[in-house]
Design a protein around this ligand. Structure first.
Ligand code: C5P
Length: 236
């Protein structure tokens, strides 16, 4: 692909037909597609194949977290499917992330492998309940360094609000993928608590933006995507 669209549209749909009906609005020139647990559980690998055959690159967002041998095998299979990006939980630790990297290599090595650090749904109270000392940002930085610097993963899924802090720890080459994005006119909607606009998130240092409902629930998903794309085209 010569173009490198910075928008990843979350195709959160309960079945293949509604996912394909949604994707008909989009062009691979303007976005990549994210397949998460709901759609993958319903439709399986064939939905990834169908998106590929339409020319889209796919982020397989299954957040693997299991013993190293199991995660390695899952990453090998995902990599063999030719997905552009896949992810694991950093909480699985060094052995699991190194095994994941090995699995991607075994599957062809072309997929980007990123880690989820602390889920953005976890706050200070959740850490305290788990007996984990320190702040959420302490854990994001610690697990981010383990994933990228120590285990050689390509990057992280994180909140746009964490990007600046992570960039100073990890440098410019880490691939930082941020959900929780809302165009200015929609800020404050849905269940995302702390949102940023697309332009703000790129200015903070995000590499790619995951955007779901602001595009997929819009009256005209194609024009909404194109408008965000045009806003970003003006960003360096
Ligand atoms: O509709 P919305 O833009 O909120 O969709 C965001 C997408 O990113 C969803 O697929 C959601 O599962 C995912 N995600 C998230 N927050 C995270 C990680 C992933 O919203 N911390």
């Amino acid at each position: 692909m010569t173009h490198d669209p910075r928008i990843i549209v979350a195709i959160d749909r309960p079945d293949a037909s509604s996912a394909l009906a949604l994707v008909r609005h989009f062009s691979p020139e303007y976005c990549r597609l994210k397949v998460g647990k709901e759609l993958f559980t319903a439709a399986g690998p064939s939905i990834v194949e169908q998106f590929h055959s339409l020319g889209f690159e796919v982020f397989l967002d299954l957040k693997f977290h299991d013993i190293p041998n199991t995660v390695q095998a899952a990453c090998r299979v995902a990599s063999t499917m030719g997905v552009w990006m896949l992810n694991v939980h950093a909480a699985g630790g060094r052995a699991m992330m190194e095994a994941a990297r090995e699995g991607v290599q075994q599957g062809g090595g072309a997929s980007l492998l990123i880690a989820v650090t602390l889920l953005t749904s976890m706050n200070q109270q959740a850490l305290d309940e788990l007996g984990m000392p320190g702040s959420p940002m302490d854990w994001v930085k610690r697990w981010g360094q383990l994933a990228v610097t120590d285990c050689g993963l390509d990057g992280l899924v994180c909140s746009a609000r964490e990007v600046a802090g992570l960039r100073s720890e990890l440098g410019q080459s880490a691939c930082l993928v941020t959900p929780g994005i809302r165009p200015t006119e929609q800020a404050g909607q849905d269940d995302q608590q702390r949102v940023m606009t697309p332009v703000q998130a790129i200015a903070e240092g995000s590499s790619y933006l995951v955007i779901g409902r602001p595009i997929t629930a819009a009256a005209n998903p194609a024009s909404t995507l194109e408008r965000i794309h045009a806003d970003l085209a003006a960003c360096p």
